[in-house]
Write a protein that binds this ligand. Structure first.
Ligand SMILES: Cc1cc2nc3c(=O)[nH]c(=O)nc-3n(C[C@H](O)[C@H](O)[C@H](O)COP(=O)(O)OP(=O)(O)OC[C@H]3O[C@@H](n4cnc5c(N)ncnc54)[C@H](O)[C@@H]3O)c2cc1C
Length: 342
């Protein structure tokens, strides 16, 4: 098989890149380790910044988002003594939207399937080869058959634990990493949010965040020690701690059945450069910021927007200016977001 852009990973970065390339008439093949159901149900991000919403809308995959997303003009800061509303729209002219990452993924998969471009789930044994040549290759197994995909370029959109970054020869990348001594215990609950906008709360017991995914689903986080065991947190204990850390006079967190819970370690990671030969890394494959900043998906969307423009120039006219500057342009934004959250 042959394609112009081989994309490893069908998370937000890989799917959005494939979509943007399609709009420019550039062929791609997307290969994904997991099955469709898994990627469409993976609960992660939910806060979309203005640039991301604009990109999704302008590229024609924002119809459901425009109907269903919750638009917030600011958020609340809370301590046990006071609550303050931060009106971002008034202060900086920017606002945010609440729309689950899995919904973005569903919309992008639906668009891809509608125009019938290759999107392969449940591939295995993925490896990338000849990255410093004009014809890099991806090998993988799909439906029990070994496959080889010849590409003009490869986009490594396979997340932090993917294989693309590790395929870059030793000595090319410089990695910066910081692990924090706390994690986030996150829950998704069938409970109408008791707040119209996010509440970032400081408490002597630790930080907590009141967020939501829809008018009937709440998403809440508790700061916990990095080595905390999920088994030690019964649903009752989680709700009690949320009520304590979010407490405000005459007001309560709305409780309901918890449908998903997990502990996410907090880590910042950046690798430089985000490219080697004809392999370009995008999104979590190249950098992660702790979910406290709600930036990862937004940065991934920015990466692939920049990468798409650069690849169009390269593949249509051989112009290398965009691809040569890809890493520097994306990392400028990544470092600004990373230092804010570390
Ligand atoms: C709890 C939590 C809350 C978050 N909240 C926010 C938020 O509010 N706002 C925000 O902007 N960000 C947030 N983030 C970060 C955001 O979820 C990530 O930054 C985002 O998923 C990055 O997208 P990606 O496509 O780069 O990587 P991923 O979403 O990790 O996708 C990579 C894909 O590659 C696939 N893959 C891996 N290895 C291979 C392989 N060998 N071959 C083929 N496929 C492979 C994976 O299965 C996956 O589907 C949060 C993260 C967490 C954990």
């Amino acid at each position: 098989m042959r394609t112009q852009v081989g994309i490893v990973g069908a998370g937000p970065a890989g799917l959005m890149l494939a979509h943007l390339l399609h709009l420019q008439g550039i062929e791609s093949v997307v290969i994904e380790l997991r099955d469709r159901d898994y990627v469409e149900k993976r609960v992660r991000a939910g806060l979309l910044e203005q640039n991301t919403v604009q990109l999704l809308t302008e590229s024609g995959v924002g119809q459901r988002l425009q109907r269903e997303a919750m638009h917030h003009t600011g958020n609340y800061l809370r301590t046990p003594e006071w609550t303050h509303h931060l009106d971002m729209e008034k202060l900086v002219g920017r606002s945010i939207w609440i729309y689950g990452q899995q919904e973005v993924v569903k919309d992008l998969i639906a668009a891809r399937l509608e125009y019938d471009d290759p999107l392969l789930f449940e591939v295995a044994d993925v490896a990338v080869h000849d990255l410093d040549s004009e014809r890099p290759r991806i090998t993988y197994t799909h439906e029990d058959a070994q496959q080889e995909l010849d590409c003009d370029v490869i986009a490594g959109c396979d997340g932090f634990h993917g294989i693309c970054r590790g395929a870059i020869p030793d000595g090319v990348l410089t990695s910066y990493e910081r692990a924090y001594d706390f994690g986030w215990l996150g829950i998704l609950a069938d409970a109408a949010p008791a707040t119209d906008e996010l509440i970032y709360a400081w408490h002597p017991n630790g930080f907590s965040l009141y967020s939501m995914r829809s008018p009937t689903v709440s998403r809440l986080y508790l700061q916990v020690p990095a080595d905390e065991q999920l088994d030690d947190w019964s649903d009752e204990r989680i709700w009690a701690e949320l009520q304590t850390r979010q407490a405000s006079e005459g007001w309560q967190v709305n409780e309901g059945p918890i449908v998903d819970k997990g502990i996410t370690p907090m880590r910042s990671f950046v690798c430089e450069p985000m490219q080697y030969g004809r392999l370009f890394l995008a999104g979590d494959a190249a950098h992660i910021v702790p979910p406290t900043g709600a930036k990862g998906l937004n940065l991934a969307m920015h990466d692939v927007h920049v990468l798409c423009e650069a690849l169009v120039d390269l593949l249509r006219s051989g112009n290398r200016t965009g691809v040569d500057g890809y890493s520097e342009r994306c990392l400028r934004r990544v470092w600004r977001r990373t230092s804010r959250t570390t």
